[in-house]
Design a protein around this ligand. Structure first.
Ligand SMILES: Nc1ncnc2c1ncn2[C@@H]1O[C@H](COP(=O)(O)OP(=O)(O)OP(=O)(O)O)[C@@H](O)[C@H]1O
Ligand SMILES: [Mg+2]
Length: 197
């Protein structure tokens, strides 16, 4: 059966949506991302940015996507042993990136540009007071990553990210890149569990 957009909710991310439109949209976007990225040999792609308040499951969902990308990497290793290292998968926390740049490790930008799939968790976390050089270097990473599979999570709105760094926010929306911003509408998962008892 052909895979149509209507058929994209088939991956089980062990993610509860409670029927929330915003969470449903996140899962749908995660499906589209994985189903486009997973076929063997598909190295070129787009970005997915998951935004929304703390505790709604952005990292949970992104970690499932990251796991699937690692399986793709390992699968391609088996299918095409001669190209065993070709689908490179990496993950970094925003805070680690900030620390590396502030510590003078500018080579980290090349390490983030190289992978075919990159996941950056908690982008812009505690960005107030973050030095300009960090955003300048991150902007370079973003420029070089246009057209590559890239996943961001963060608990700031796109407007906030734009006010911190317009270059990064603008690229999140370019070339078919997708932003799902749940805003303040979705409640923290743990609170919801508590309230439903
Ligand atoms: N929709 C969900 N379905 C299942 N588990 C969830 C869901 N949302 C959150 N959780 C669980 O709640 C905890 C917090 O979720 P998570 O860390 O993914 O939140 P977050 O949106 O990334 O928050 P932050 O912005 O603070 O990083 C995790 O243990 C996660 O597995
Ligand atoms: Mg998180």
């Amino acid at each position: 059966m052909p895979t149509s957009p209507a058929n994209t909710s088939s991956i089980d991310f062990e993610f509860e949506t409670f029927g929330d439109e915003d969470l449903e949209e996140m899962v749908k976007a995660a499906n589209v991302f994985c189903q486009a990225a997973e076929p063997a040999g598909n190295f070129k792609g787009h970005w997915l940015t998951l935004l929304g308040r703390s505790g709604i499951g952005k990292t949970h969902l992104a970690t499932r996507i990251h796991d699937r990308m690692k399986r793709k990497r390992d699968g391609e290793r088996i299918i095409t042993p001669t190209r065993w290292s070709s689908f490179i998968v990496r993950k970094i926390k925003w805070r680690t990136f900030v620390d590396e740049i502030m510590g003078g490790n500018w080579r980290i930008t090349a390490w983030l540009i190289e992978p075919h799939f990159l996941y950056v968790d908690e982008i812009g976390d505690e960005a107030v007071g973050t030095r300009e050089i960090v955003f300048s270097k991150f902007g370079n990473v973003c420029d070089a990553r246009l057209g590559k599979w890239t996943l961001f999570t963060g608990n700031q709105s796109l407007e906030n990210i734009a006010s911190i760094d317009a270059r990064v926010a603008s690229r999140m929306l370019r070339q078919g890149n997708v932003v799902v911003d749940a805003g303040d509408r979705v409640q923290d998962y743990a609170l919801r569990q508590l309230n439903s008892k």
